[in-house]
Design a protein around this ligand. Structure first.
Ligand code: BDR
Ligand code: CA
Length: 310
């Protein structure tokens, strides 16, 4: 199986992404690393453990990493995810422990220990932990198989400001480090994730599983989608983070282009914008495979089939 580390700020959509990874034998989850994002670190690391317990994956190690962005103060998103970050289901307080080691050290040690080209980083939150790992030990960069991240937008632009997507906006300096690092990057922007909507019919498929994971998924999504439904009148909400895991399982569901991505770190107006050279109008290095389209029905068929296994 493909070895992955999931760096995450759960988050209902992060939770579904983690469940999808746990349900997939093609993937070996080496650990979950929590970062501050949707809610503060104390909640994201606890939420990560709650999800492990829900899935019966108490053997998966959970590490806490950065409690704040590299240079800015933390911006959170309780208005989307609720006070706990994982509002919706009533998941019990986790009894499994948090690892003593720091998430950043875990990322470095794991990549240096495993054979070069083996470890994929799945980034579902602000990129602080991954940037810190790259800054502290640049030798990890050529050993990383791929960084597959949810973040940014170009035709769709922003969801937290008019020009910035949340994960990049929270820590634009970290995102800048990652996009300049030279590691192979696959980017799942809002352009893709806004096409993956949790419609009534799709959520009903989870409901009819009649399992604890199916029920919790319905409750997570019922809470999560109310934000977009109320604000934008859509049928369902965008299932951002699971796109990262689905790409590892079924890359043919997605299509995009190799191009240069540069992160805005200076402008007050457009801080955290991802400037994507989609049309190749510069000579800048093509540092990312930027996705644009997704087979949403294929994505939900995969997700439903996999979650039913848990
Ligand atoms: C991203 O921000 C968070 O709210 C979600 O979990 C996702 O990672 C979407 O902009
Ligand atoms: Ca997230």
């Amino acid at each position: 199986p493909r070895k992955i580390i999931i760096d995450t700020d759960p988050g209902q959509d992060d939770a579904v992404a983690i469940l999808l990874a746990f349900a997939s034998p093609e993937l070996e989850v080496l650990g979950l690393t929590a970062v501050a994002g949707n809610v503060p670190l104390a909640l994201t690391e606890k939420n990560a453990r709650k999800i492990c317990e829900l899935a019966g994956h108490t053997h998966t190690a959970v590490y806490a990493g950065a409690s704040r962005p590299l240079m800015r103060s933390l911006v959170t998103a309780e208005h989307v995810h609720g006070r706990t970050g994982l509002d919706g289901p009533d998941l019990p307080e986790p009894s499994m422990g948090l690892q003593d080691a720091n998430a950043v050290d875990f990322i470095i040690d794991t990549i240096m220990r495993e054979k070069a080209g083996q470890v994929t980083l799945c980034a579902l939150g602000p990129l602080t932990n991954i940037a810190l790992a790259i800054i502290r030990e640049p030798a990890i960069v050529p050993r990383i198989r791929e960084i597959v991240l949810m973040g940014g937008g170009y035709f769709e632009q922003g969801n937290i400001t008019p020009s910035a997507e949340f994960n990049i906006y929270v820590d634009p300096h970290a995102a800048d480090v990652v996009f300049r690092s030279g590691a192979p990057i696959v980017m799942m922007p809002l352009d893709v994730t806004h096409k993956v909507l949790t419609t009534r019919k799709r959520v009903d498929a989870f409901r009819s599983m009649e399992t604890p994971v199916g029920d919790a998924t319905v409750q997570l999504l019922d809470f999560f989608e109310r934000f977009d439904e109320e604000k934008y009148g859509t049928d369902g909400g965008p299932l951002h983070d699971p796109c990262v895991i689905a790409y590892l399982l079924r890359p043919e569901l997605f299509s995009g282009r190799h191009c240069n991505v540069t992160v805005e770190t200076a402008s007050e107006l457009t801080l955290g914008a991802t400037v994507v050279d989609w049309w190749g109008v510069t000579e800048r290095h093509k540092n990312a495979l930027v996705m644009r389209d997704v087979d949403a029905d294929g994505f939900f068929a995969l997700l439903t089939e996999r979650l039913a296994r848990l």
